[in-house]
Ligand binder design. Structure first.
Ligand code: HEC
Length: 150
């Protein structure tokens, strides 16, 4: 009895959406709009970085470091820059640093896949010859079709 109760809790816990899941529109967008968008949005793109396009955040700006790595806040340059103590590096460069609660929301958002509704299939425009920016060609369907070498 007891073990099936625990099992039921486990299943419910994984199936039901967690009340605490981060919501991009409600939790993340206000931070980005309030603290980042003036310099990294439609008007200005400091360091070629913008926070209103998921694809650009994935690739990163001039530094060549990935702004966000879904699942890995510790590898995401954006997190490093908002949390740093280095006054020359910190984002935003003006005003108060983000609050602990805001770091926590951004980190949780990245852990949960950095979901931006409506932009999950967007790809950054290919503007250079860097191999890393070229679209990935998936060979699997070609091989599976049996036409290779015939
Ligand atoms: C007042 C303008 C301004 C604001 C506001 C601002 N930034 Fe920046 N950001 C810059 C500048 C300037 C650079 C380039 C710094 C350098 O190269 O030393 C930069 C660089 C960056 C980079 C590095 C891009 C790259 O790969 O080269 C990231 C990531 C970043 N900002 C994130 C943010 C985030 C997140 C916010 C909001 C929390 C923010 N910034 C707010 C001006 C701003």
């Amino acid at each position: 009895m007891r073990s099936s109760f625990i099992l039921a809790c486990f299943i419910l816990g994984t199936v039901l959406p967690s009340a605490a899941a981060v919501d991009y529109e409600k939790d993340i967008l206000p931070i980005l709009e309030d603290r980042c968008l003036d310099c990294h949005g439609p008007d200005k793109q400091k360091s070629e970085f913008r926070v209103d396009q998921r694809a650009v955040m994935l690739v990163g700006g001039d530094s060549g470091l990935k702004g966000i790595v879904p699942g890995y806040p510790g590898k995401s340059h954006l997190i490093e820059l908002v949390k740093t103590d280095d006054e020359d590096e910190i984002m935003p460069p003006k005003g108060d640093p983000l609050t602990r609660q805001q770091f926590a929301l951004l980190e949780k958002w990245i852990i949960e896949g950095a979901v931006v509704p409506g932009q999950m299939n967007a790809v950054a425009k290919v503007t250079s010859d860097l191999w890393s920016l070229k679209p990935v060609v998936d060979m699997a369907p070609v091989l599976a079709s049996g036409n290779v070498g015939s």
